[in-house]
Design a protein around this ligand. Structure first.
Ligand code: ATP
Length: 911
């Protein structure tokens, strides 16, 4: 049938009849109805169906509307205070002040709204980088496509760790267990099968359907897509779970509560100042009210939460640029304090580009030449070419390599690529190098059944029969999994008694060179044996040989390990591989020269407290299972470590959840692992974790810088008002002017600090102690020191001007500009926490800071010289000499802070 008529039929089926009751159908009926077959759709047909059915996506979650988000900005103590103040000032007849207050409220809210929107967008953009992939058969080939591209009729393959990408009618399963809590609330996985079930079966009983969004916990299966997007069961009951990224983290919450406490205190101080001013100093209550409002606005660090959110969002973006995708915002700050990284070996520390270089049989040790997945190479022994026709055990081993295999080797342009597990890819290449035909052999020996590889049992087995009914089981896996099942070994084509010691020694030798080893074995079975059970491979197997596979270390990971060491971060390898292989790789990676290693079995023997006592000393955990990972994380956390842990399998989820920064692999990781993680590595590379840690430390530094900038500037502004009232002098800055200063500086200057790039030496410091408070004694000192400098400078200059007979409006204009210029200079100081900024880079290195300064100064010129501003704010034009004085005062503050850095360097170095 051509695709047009197919489309018509499909359309008419969907238009005329009610939705088919798929679970009552068998595979044939489903495929007939959807005009598909086990070979899958053609690419063209799939594209057409995608147009008809749309993308396989759930309707997006409803978000808070823009208006609601804007209104939320007004829900803030400061805004309430200001609104009350606006009403009171209006009632008192101060319409200009009232107007200024309203303008401040509007601008503050608008800026908050825009900033929040930007931060959310930045984080969403990163989230969208994590699209789900699905394995589908199209044009007769197995291929990976984005899950959104699936259409009804596609044949999809799922295995443990996958999220089911669409509703599938299953036609082939192997111990397929699916957890359907999302749909049914039942967290015990359901064992799936392929037979039709009754029409009235509940969702949980439709065991021949795999529902979109549910999680494969074990086994594998293949099925036909029967519904996509909103047509799936999950699509019908809900739209996408509202996964709106809350822009809060422990740090922002901590700071929020600090800000609330501060706001309360400031309001009390403002009230006290107002009463003091009017009762003790005899000022008019009305003036004092305005002064108190100015004081409150000056002192409350209302911009702080927004600035911190932005700093986190910028961190998320920068990490994404370096292949570390943050799924949960708090991870950004936690990353800065990571003290141990527990990493997988394969693919994370190593390249996951496997090549078989050694084959050991009972009769010979062969070296295999060739590089990568190019299937050309030779077998040699002591530099002599081997003739495989004389070595039946090697022939069998190569047959097993091809048949007991789920991967595919393809040539794309000039490059050989594999689809599937690289270990298996390497075995296919080995088979091809032996001269076997990768397409013919599976046709001669079709597969009847298999036991898929799972890291719990560490082997895989397949059952085949040739067309004459001769049956054979091939099995491959870790030597510890295979050897105990063998009774015989093949030597010169005959079966002889197994020599376990020989194989163990050989394996040790290969592993010591850092090669990954796999054992291969076989068992002949009779014609009627068509289903493969675990019991069938439990004993009596014939050992064929061992293969040694090299997987070169990633160069950048070696450097990253060294960088971690310099940064006081321990690196531990947790791998499913053999202890000797793992230790050799640990040496190559520079984790340590003499790795202290422990196997999963040993971990099991230890009690929790014994493990805690030893865990810090161990560098390599070999033959580890996901349960061991969980115990290792817990033990490290009990030793007060902040742990980043990598993982990829479905069973890694508990350890990833438990770790402070669970880190899933973006390429080889399962959906289950990604969902349990805080961070996903787009390139599976260990080095990306180190970059993320560096960025995490930078974000934290920038937050500290912002706090150290914002608090003293608020403090300086507020103290100026308090001092005036306390000393009974005229206010050096009017309430309206304070509002102005706050409005233009709060959102511009501090924000530029969140863009600061990483300071050199960030990765030479030990990790931050998470229990130490954000405001360290050093920071409190700096805040008090700078606040006092600011108030003395502004107030001092104002009093000096007044004593020289300058009129009040000009003196105030000078005071306001002094305050702003002081902030500008202090912004430059704040670029580095403890280092001097007296260098080209220190002064000019952050272009955002320079833009911010330019904007602020432009506004100050308007403020000083524009007639309408002069009317609103009672400002007067200043002379060049006035500006000279202001700049000198600014410079003095700048140098004073630089001097403080120099003097306190030894103290502050510990910050
Ligand atoms: P890591 O945990 O660092 O990724 P790993 O990839 O070596 O290490 P597993 O995938 O759990 O860990 O593999 C454990 C062992 O199982 C391997 O050392 C190997 O002997 C065996 N093995 C790996 N892949 C296969 C496979 N596809 N078929 C059969 N055996 C395998």
């Amino acid at each position: 049938m051509d695709s047009h008529s197919q489309k018509r039929t499909l359309q008419s089926a969907s238009e005329t009849s009610e939705t088919p009751v798929w679970h009552t159908y068998d595979a044939q009926q489903v495929n007939d109805r959807l005009h598909t077959s086990p070979q899958g759709l053609s690419g063209a047909e799939a594209a057409q169906r995608q147009q008809q059915y749309g993308a396989n996506q759930l309707p997006p979650a409803k978000r808070r509307s823009g208006l609601m988000r804007l209104l939320a900005q007004f829900h803030n103590v400061l805004i309430y205070v200001l609104l009350v103040a606006a009403v009171v000032t209006a009632l008192l007849g101060h319409s200009i002040d009232s107007g200024v207050i309203i303008a401040v409220v509007l601008i503050n809210s608008l800026v908050g709204f825009i900033q929040e929107g930007k931060a959310e967008k930045a984080i969403d953009a990163v989230r969208n980088m994590l699209s789900q992939q699905a394995v589908v058969i199209r044009d007769g080939h197995r291929q990976e496509v984005p899950a959104e591209a699936l259409v009804p009729g596609d044949i999809v393959f799922i295995q443990s760790g996958d999220r089911v990408p669409a509703d599938l009618h299953l036609h082939k399963v192997k111990e397929l267990n699916i957890e359907e809590a999302l749909l049914t609330g039942e967290s015990v996985p359901v064992l799936k099968q392929t037979q039709p079930v009754a029409a009235n079966a509940d969702l949980g009983d439709r065991t021949n359907i795999a529902f979109s969004g549910t999680l494969v916990t074990y086994g594998q299966g293949t099925g036909t897509v029967v519904a996509t997007g909103a047509q799936t069961e999950i699509g019908r009951i809900s739209t996408l779970l509202a996964d709106v990224s809350a822009l809060t983290t422990p740090l922002t919450r901590q700071l929020d509560s600090f800000a609330r406490w501060l706001t309360g205190s400031i309001l009390l101080i403002a009230l006290a100042t107002m009463l003091f001013g009017s009762w003790v100093r005899g000022y008019a209550l009305e003036d004092m009210f305005l002064a108190a409002v100015g004081l409150a606005v000056a002192a409350i660090p209302e911009g702080l939460p927004a600035v911190i959110t932005i700093a986190l969002a910028i961190g998320v973006q920068r990490m994404a640029n370096r292949h570390a995708i943050i799924r949960r915002l708090p991870a950004v700050e936690t990353l800065g304090s990571v003290s141990v990284i527990c990493s997988d070996k394969t693919g994370t520390l190593t390249r996951n580009e496997m090549t078989v270089t050694t084959v050991v049989s009972a009769c010979c040790n062969a070296d295999i030449s060739g590089a990568g997945y190019n299937p050309h190479g030779t077998f040699t022994c002591n530099h002599q070419d081997l003739n495989l026709s004389n070595l039946p055990e090697l022939q069998q081993l190569c047959r097993a390599s091809i048949l007991c295999n789920e991967a595919q080797l393809r040539q794309k342009n000039d490059e050989w690529i594999i689809e599937g597990d690289p270990t298996e890819g390497a075995l296919l290449v080995l088979g091809a190098k032996s001269g076997l035909d990768l397409t013919e052999l599976p046709l001669e020996m079709p597969r009847d059944d298999l036991i898929p590889f799972e890291s719990e049992h560490r082997f895989m087995a397949t059952l085949h029969h040739d067309h004459n009914g001769n049956g054979v089981i091939y099995i491959k896996g870790a030597i510890e999994a295979i050897l105990p099942r063998c009774q015989w070994q093949m030597s010169h084509g005959h079966e002889e008694k197994l020599d376990s010691d020989y194989w163990s020694q050989q394996q040790e030798q290969i592993a010591n060179q850092g090669q990954r080893t796999l054992a291969l074995a076989m068992l002949r079975v009779d014609e009627n044996h068509r289903i493969l059970h675990f019991d069938d491979v439990s004993k009596g197997l014939v050992m064929l040989g061992l293969v040694g596979i090299i997987d070169p270390p990633r160069e950048e990971a070696i450097q990253a390990v060294a960088e971690c060491h310099r940064a006081g971060i321990q690196v531990k390898m947790i791998t499913g591989d053999h202890i000797a292989t793992a230790s050799a790789i640990a040496r190559q990676m520079g984790i340590t020269d003499s790795p202290r290693a422990m196997t999963g079995n040993e971990v099991e023997q230890l009690s929790d407290s014994e493990l805690q006592a030893r865990v810090e000393q161990v560098d390599v955990f070999a033959r580890s299972s996901p349960e061991h990972k969980l115990r290792i994380v817990q033990a490290l956390q009990a030793c007060q470590h902040v742990v980043a842990m990598t993982g990829d399998g479905v069973n890694d989820a508990p350890a990833l959840k438990r770790a402070d920064v669970g880190t899933a692999m973006g390429i080889k990781g399962t959906e289950a692992a990604k969902e349990a993680s805080e961070m996903v590595l787009a390139d599976d590379n260990f080095a990306s974790i180190t970059y993320a840690v560096e960025e995490g430390r930078t974000v934290f530094d920038n937050i500290k810088k912002s706090i150290l900038f914002i608090l003293p500037t608020n403090g300086g502004e507020a103290l100026t008002v308090i001092a005036a009232i306390a000393f009974g002098t005229m206010l050096p800055v009017t309430p309206a002017q304070i509002l102005w200063v706050n409005m233009i500086t709060a959102v511009t200057l501090a924000l530029s600090l969140t863009f600061e790039s990483t300071e050199p030496g960030v990765m030479l410091r030990p990790p931050r102690n998470t229990r130490s408070p954000i405001l360290s004694p050093f920071m409190i000192w700096r805040i008090i020191f700078v606040s006092l400098l600011m108030v003395s400078a502004t107030f001092g200059l104002f009093l000096w001007e007044r004593s020289n007979g300058t009129d009040i409006d000009t003196a105030r204009t000078i005071a306001v500009n002094t305050l702003v210029v002081l902030e500008v200079f202090y912004l430059l100081n704040s670029r580095y926490l403890t280092r001097s900024v007296l260098s080209r880079d220190g002064l000019l290195g952050n272009r955002y800071a320079l833009y911010a300064i330019a904007i602020v100064m432009a506004f100050q010129l308007l403020f000083t010289y524009l007639p309408i501003m002069q009317l609103f704010f009672h400002t007067e034009a200043l002379s060049l000499a006035d500006w000279g004085k202001i700049l000198v005062v600014g410079l003095i503050l700048f140098l004073a802070v630089e001097l403080e850095k120099k003097l306190l360097h030894s103290v502050s170095k510990t910050e």
